[in-house]
Design a protein. Structure first.
Length: 241
């Protein structure tokens, strides 16, 4: 039916202009993966949508079940969690933007996207916690934890179960995702491996940096994501202004 609507919780991934008064908004929904809507008249002074959504908000999204030009038309948008802390902490905002893009790309377009919705929601909430901005080391650890959790959801978590127990660095076959040698082999320290596997809950900063170098190679290889934007993010998180 033309007037039938769907309702779900959704996190705002991106907002961009569509006309002088309208927006195209991408969402990660709890029930349907990534959804793109056209919010007509969004910035008009009397719009019912004005102030109801922004980057990283979680909202109750009600939209018409019939697409137009591959996009959905919202009927109602109501904010549930605004995450205002992300407006004034640049490290946290940078991490949020990276996580939103990552989850938006990998979340499946069906009800199983609820796990990705939950992961992104928890990550954004954790970035808002506390009363001060993150230090560089805290931000790098948050990035490593998000990426390892995301790889686990994608079924691509590196497998360290059969690693031997000595204290030296190990060879890791990126192509097979296991310790050993392969067509793409890298070295990883035991402490960094413990960060990636989640075995070290209070890792040293040096181990986190080693883990992030490993994760960068692993993600570039398996997900074919460009390495340069992620390197820029890591450099930014390490910056002190």
């Amino acid at each position: 039916m033309a007037g039938e609507t769907l309702s779900t919780e959704a996190i705002v991934l991106s907002v961009r202009p569509w006309s002088r008064t309208s927006h195209i908004v991408s969402w990660l929904t709890r029930d349907a993966g990534r959804v793109t809507t056209v919010v007509k008249g969004a910035v008009r002074p009397k719009s019912a949508f004005l102030g109801q959504y922004d980057l990283f908000y979680t909202c109750e999204l009600v939209y018409y079940a019939r697409q137009r030009a591959g996009m959905w038309i919202p009927r109602e948008i109501s904010p549930i969690e605004r995450r205002d802390a992300l407006r004034g902490r640049w490290r946290e905002t940078s991490l949020a933007a990276y996580a939103a893009a990552f989850a938006g790309e990998l979340a499946p377009p069906d009800a199983s996207s609820s796990e990705w919705f939950g992961l992104l929601s928890r990550h954004l909430d954790s970035l808002c916690a506390g009363t001060r901005s993150m230090t560089p080391d805290e931000a790098l650890l948050a990035l490593a934890r998000f990426e390892t959790s995301a790889l686990g959801l994608a079924g691509l978590a590196p497998d360290f179960r059969n690693a031997d127990g000595d204290g030296s660095d190990m060879d890791f076959a990126i192509d097979s995702g296991r310790p050993g040698r392969g067509t793409r082999t890298v070295k990883i320290s035991r402490r960094a491996a413990a960060v990636v596997s989640g075995a070290d809950h209070s890792p040293r900063p040096a181990a986190v940096r080693d883990a992030l170098r490993f994760l960068g190679v692993f993600i570039t290889y398996h997900l074919e994501r460009p390495a340069a934007p992620r390197r820029s993010l890591v450099d930014l998180l390490c910056s002190v202004f």
